[in-house]
Ligand binder design. Sequence first.
Ligand code: URA
Length: 214
Amino acid sequence: MTSLSAASVHCVDHPLVQHKLTLMRDVECSTKKFRGLMNEIGMLLCYEVTRDLPLQEIDIVTPLTPMRAPVIAGKKLVFAPILRAGVGFLDGMLTLVPAARVAHIGLYRDPQTLGAVEYYFKAPHDLADRLVIVMDPMLATGNSAVAALDRLKEWGAVDIRFCCLLAAPEGISKLQAHHPDVKIWTCSIEEKLNDHGYIVPGLGDAGDRMFGTK
Ligand code: URA
């Protein structure tokens, strides 16, 4: 039995997101369409995950008058896609926040153990001063998410949020057990994982569907 702490999971139930997700789940959805939808949902998720960012007022002058107006406070965000499927969200997120920094975390799933194996890591040096938004479409076993968060914290990150398309209860529990400070944004909490670590009902292998590798 998996116990989830609801307070730290935001399920994005916006009709546009839910509609696009259904199109992506359909086995008939083409690679091109799948990739486009992932990009669009990336944008919508970015909107949700940044909803409570702190603002500060600055002085500007409109064509009519000087005024104090709000801008986002603090240093630029860091987007951290977990390779390779996490890249699917990146363009959409960068469309909304073009000045964000990007950290890449390369992890693959060992097909036997389902454990996460790192093959690449490159991140800005000042993670400690920035909000880091980690992205991976599928929160399945949670192994990759936990490994990525371990690594980012080792590198100094202290303020981290996690975005995915689908989350299995098993993955949410694992992430919450290892990183209770990291809040999750997902478009759906799914039924379960199957014996091969795939999310059910899910959408299959997100990387293969996005890049046409199967
Ligand atoms: N990764 C995927 O791409 N799909 C799953 O269902 C689980 C992990």
